[in-house]
Structure formats: structure tokens, C-alpha cells
Design a protein around this ligand. Structure first.
Ligand code: ATP
Ligand code: MG
Ligand code: MG
Length: 383
């Protein structure tokens, strides 16, 4: 039996909260570093939590003192603090992996060395209209201007349709370190959760993600109308990409499936990921269970990563009023096999992820039929 390990988590948002749910079931104490009333702390009563931010060096030091291993629910953490405490406590995945991944440009430069296919991209060094116009000539229009750092839910992306958009794009992303990406004409977006253990790189099946305004809206597991070959290829690409980084735990890999059925990596997250929420109901071990097991060197039977029943996950995103997401949750109460997850983040802001619902059914078609009315409710409450 394992020796009651204590796991430190940088960040207590919804991902940390679902990680705590998994930890609770294994009698593992999770010490969360975040504000006092953060979603993860609300479901975990003990005196090991730390009040502060995952960006504060002193707070990370304090967390390190009370844990056997430290992990993060977010990549935008102080990796210099993690580097410092790595001599006292295990940090999983490695601070090097988090540091490279948290900068999307560095992430891509690193992955390029491993032959991972990606959209062609160029770094901006001056952030001037002339420089971006020159890059536009090289990459063509449209192109996606992206912040290298602190990007999430598309906040950090700007679609530059033509030269005329350049001033607005630079204004929208001003004062941020930037790079620009060639437009990827994808027919579908795919994602794979990869679990890196002490001696293995495992993957969950390939799922289909649907983004609306650059925010994940729906996840279909497994991906619909995707051949076994593509499903396998996407998993192999995801495992290869994650193998380029040191450390254990869950990594979310986002990909584009292009018209010619080739795959391109969109980005990697060094953590549990929205595209893997379906695993809670859909698989024997959820991504949160697997992440904990991976960082604690506990067994992960490969069979437990298979999909037990087709699943669809729908995000409940802050809508037109502060409680409109609750209307959707209320509607979901009457849907068979719908599991509702509310994150207890308080008042919603438009675009903020407030919860999600997963529906499982014997066939994907059935799951689609069951969830359709809820998708309509969610569409109606949009801000
Ligand atoms: P996340 O919340 O997943 O971390 P993010 O802010 O890091 O999002 P990306 O994942 O880079 O942003 O992009 C968000 C979405 O924008 C993608 O899922 C895709 O729909 C679209 N997108 C990104 N890059 C490109 C591209 N080069 N060509 C076309 N569409 C793109
Ligand atoms: Mg991202
Ligand atoms: Mg993304």
C-alpha cells in the first residue's frame, strides 16, 4: 500500500477541483495553492492548503514544505519557483517541460526538433505593422497572430484576414510577446490525452473537439467519422510530441485534421485538460485518476484508458446573465445518463467555464440525440 502521499497542486480552479475529487477517493491529501475559497479548496477540508498564488515564489516554497510531489493544474505558473523547490520535492511534470510549454513559441521550436508537424510560424521581435506585414507576405492571409504566453480559451489569438487587419491585431495583442501562424484549413479538431508514467507513454483514444469563438464547446469521444487508422495516428503523434518533454502526468494534445487526412499539432498543455473531462464517466480511469497515479508511480492498466461508452461533453459557459449556466444545468437534470459538474466559481462572466455535462450512451448517435436539446439551451443563453 502507498504511504499516504501528499500532493501539492498549483491552482485550485475546476481542474484542481476534479483532481481533488480523484485524490479524495484514494485517501490522498491534496494541498492546494490558491485563494482561500477556490473551487478545489471548497471540497477539501484539512489544514495543508496554502493561501496565495501559483505565481508567488514564497507561496510555492511554502507548499513544497508540506508535500511529497507537486503538480499544476495550469501551465502559467512561476517555473523559477518550481526550479528552486525541485531540489526538495518532486515536481511533475518537470519545471523544464512546463517552462517550455507555457511559451507557445518555445513549445513549437522545441517540438520542431522532434519532427512534429505544425503550422508554419514566425516570431515577431518588434511588434510593428511593417514586421507583421512582411510575415503576412510569407505566411499568406488569413493567418493567426498569437501571444506566446498567458494564452487560454483563444484569449491571445487574433485572426488577421488581410493586411488591413494588421493595426487592429497589434492593438488587440499589444504589449504581449507575439508570433504568427499560417492558417490551418482543418476539417476537424482532434485531441488526445497522454499519460506519461515513470516508464511508459500511454494515451486515451482520439476525441473530436468543437471550438466556438476559440473556446472548447463540445467533445465527442471517440471522434466521429474518423477511421481507426487516423485515431491510431493521432494517438501516436500525441505520444511522440509528449515524449519530447520530461516528467510524469497528464498532457493534453490538440491537433488539426486537414482535408488530406494529415495531422498537425495545434498545441500541448502540460496538464489535465478540458478535452479529457469525458474520461470521468467514459473510461475506467479518468484523466484525473491517471494523472495522480502517474505522478505517484501507481499502476495504470492500459485497459482502463479505453472508452466504455460513447460520450459527449458539453461545456457550460458563462452566458447572458450571471446564473444563466444554471438554467442549462437545471435542464440537464432531466436528461438520462447526463452527469452534471458545476465548478462553484461564483458569479459567471460571459465566456467563463462554469461547469460541464457529460452524456454517455450505447451509441454515439443516441448520445447526440439525448444531448441535442441541452445544446440548444446552451446556445440560447449565450452572451
Ligand atoms: P486553449 O484554451 O486550448 O489553451 P489557446 O488560447 O491556447 O486555447 P489555441 O489552442 O492556440 O489557443 O487556439 C484556439 C483555437 O483557435 C484552436 O482550437 C483553433 O480552433 C483555432 N486556431 C488556432 N490556431 C489556428 C491556426 N493556425 N489556423 C486556424 N485556426 C487556428
Ligand atoms: Mg492553450
Ligand atoms: Mg488550444
Amino acid at each position: 500500500m502507498w504511504n499516504a502521499p501528499k500532493v501539492g497542486i498549483l491552482g485550485g480552479g475546476q481542474l484542481g477541483r476534479m483532481l481533488v475529487e480523484s485524490a479524495n477517493r484514494l485517501n490522498i491529501q491534496a494541498n492546494v495553492l490558491d485563494a482561500d475559497n477556490s473551487p478545489a479548496k471548497q471540497i477539501s477540508f484539512h489544514d495543508g492548503h496554502v493561501t496565495g498564488s501559483f505565481k508567488e515564489r514564497e507561496a510555492v516554497r511554502q507548499l513544497a514544505k508540506s508535500c511529497d510531489v507537486i503538480t499544476a493544474e495550469i501551465e502559467h505558473v512561476d517555473t523559477y519557483a518550481l526550479e528552486e523547490v525541485a531540489s526538495q520535492v518532486r515536481v511533475e511534470p518537470s519545471w523544464q517541460a512546463i517552462r517550455t510549454i507555457q511559451n507557445k513559441f518555445d513549445q513549437k521550436e522545441h517540438l520542431r526538433k522532434y519532427g512534429i508537424p505544425m503550422a508554419d510560424h514566425r516570431e515577431l521581435v518588434k511588434n510593428t505593422p511593417e514586421e507583421l506585414a512582411e510575415i503576412g507576405e510569407q505566411l499568406g492571409f488569413p493567418m493567426m497572430l498569437k501571444s506566446k504566453t498567458m494564452a487560454y480559451d483563444g484569449r491571445g489569438n487574433y485572426r488577421v484576414n488581410s493586411k488591413a487587419d494588421i493595426p487592429a491585431a497589434l492593438e488587440a495583442l499589444k504589449d504581449r510577446p507575439l508570433y504568427s501562424e499560417k492558417w490551418a484549413y482543418f476539417k476537424m479538431e482532434l485531441a488526445v490525452m497522454v499519460i506519461k508514467t515513470k516508464d511508459d507513454v500511454l494515451s486515451y483514444p482520439t476525441v473530436e473537439t468543437v471550438q466556438e469563438d476559440s473556446v472548447c464547446k463540445l467533445v465527442y469521444a471517440p471522434a466521429r467519422n474518423v477511421s481507426d487508422t487516423i485515431n491510431e495516428k493521432a494517438q501516436a503523434l500525441a505520444r511522440k510530441a509528449v515524449s519530447a518533454f520530461e516528467g510524469k502526468g497528464a498532457f493534453g494534445v490538440e491537433m488539426f485534421l486537414l482535408e488530406d487526412d494529415s495531422l498537425m499539432l495545434c498545441e500541448i498543455a502540460s496538464r489535465i485538460h478540458n478535452s479529457g473531462h469525458y474520461t470521468i464517466e467514459g473510461c475506467g480511469l479518468s484523466q484525473f485518476d491517471s494523472h495522480l497515479r502517474a505522478i505517484l508511480d501507481l499502476p495504470i492498466p492500459a485497459k482502463s484508458l479505453e472508452i466504455r461508452q460513447p460520450s459527449i461533453m458539453l461545456n457550460l459557459i458563462g452566458g447572458s446573465t450571471t446564473d444563466s449556466h444554471l438554467q442549462a444545468a437545471e435542464h440537464a437534470l432531466s436528461i438520462p445518463n447526463a452527469s452534471i459538474h458545476l465548478y462553484s466559481k461564483g458569479a459567471a462572466k460571459p465566456g467563463r467555464k462554469m461547469g460541464h455535462v457529460t452524456v454517455t450512451a450505447p451509441t454515439m448517435h443516441e448520445a447526440e440525440t439525448i444531448i441535442q436539446p441541452l445544446v440548444e439551451v446552451v446556445d440560447n443563453i449565450r452572451a
